[in-house]
Design a protein around this ligand. Structure first.
Ligand code: PEP
Length: 251
């Protein structure tokens, strides 16, 4: 079902006490009539505790920032979908540009991660987005289509319903440069169209597509006002309770 989601990607930030304080502060500041699904994506080591703190709260869930493409076994340092799911975590983020760039994750790797996640009932927030060079060369539409089709379009319709897309232009992540709401809407509309071509209008219209890239309390309302933008994947601004909640309240 298409829903509005604001997810906070803490990346490799916040020690245990800092993270737990942040969760308490966000929970206290959330409006009682909150209609947006809130997702926290802390470090793996905090995930179980954060999830326990959110368990009885309506519309508050957790995500891992990554997942192994392997099912289980001798893969020291990796964390599998079944282990994440056994802590009652609802989502995993897959394909963040930092994973693609620094850890050389390919579309094929991400496809395997998507499969093993869905097999273990972990829903997927799948990231895609172009570099500044690709945008300037005007190959960004095609690039995003390749990212999505190579990692997701083998899925059955039923499995595709468990996918949330996050469009995150690399040039806007952590840079303070946001895509304009029109630039973001143009890509979100395109993503919805390619999903419709593959899976039909009903599934496309029910897919949540989030925007990520220097989203903050000042620009969130404008970005979220667009027809095809269903929420945000928030990095820096999710590390502060006031700014994260202001973004949530921008709907
Ligand atoms: C992100 O890393 O997913 C992100 C959107 O970061 P920021 O909000 O800091 O640009």
């Amino acid at each position: 079902m298409r829903k509005n989601i604001v997810a906070g990607n803490w990346k490799m930030n916040l020690k245990r006490d800092e993270g737990l304080d942040l969760i308490n502060d966000v929970i206290n500041l959330l409006p009682s009539d909150n209609k947006v699904e809130v997702v926290f994506a802390p470090s793996f080591i905090h995930l179980y505790k954060v999830n326990k703190m959110c368990l009885n709260l309506d519309k508050v869930n957790t995500a891992s920032q990554n997942v192994s493409k392997e099912e289980r076994g001798a893969f020291t340092g990796e964390i599998s979908a079944e282990i994440i799911r056994s802590a009652n975590v609802k989502y995993t983020i897959i394909g963040h540009s930092e994973r693609r760039e620094y850890f050389k994750e390919t579309n094929e790797d991400l496809k395997q991660k998507v499969d093993v996640s869905l097999e273990n009932n972990l829903e997927v927030i799948f990231c895609c987005g172009e570099s500044l060079d690709q945008r300037e060369e005007e190959v960004h539409f095609n690039w995003i289509k390749i990212q999505i089709s190579e990692s997701l379009f083998h899925l059955s319709s039923d499995d595709f319903r468990k996918i949330i897309i996050a469009y995150e232009p690399i040039w806007a992540i952590g840079t303070g440069v946001t895509a304009s709401s029109d630039q973001a809407e143009e890509i979100h509309k395109f993503i919805r169209e390619i999903i419709a071509q593959k899976y039909g209008d009903e599934i496309a219209n029910n897919t949540s597509i989030l925007y990520g890239g220097s989203c903050n309390p000042t620009n969130a309302r404008d970005i979220f006002s667009k027809d095809n933008i269903d929420g945000g994947l928030i990095g820096g601004a999710s590390l502060n309770a006031e700014s994260f909640v202001e973004i949530i309240k921008s709907f």
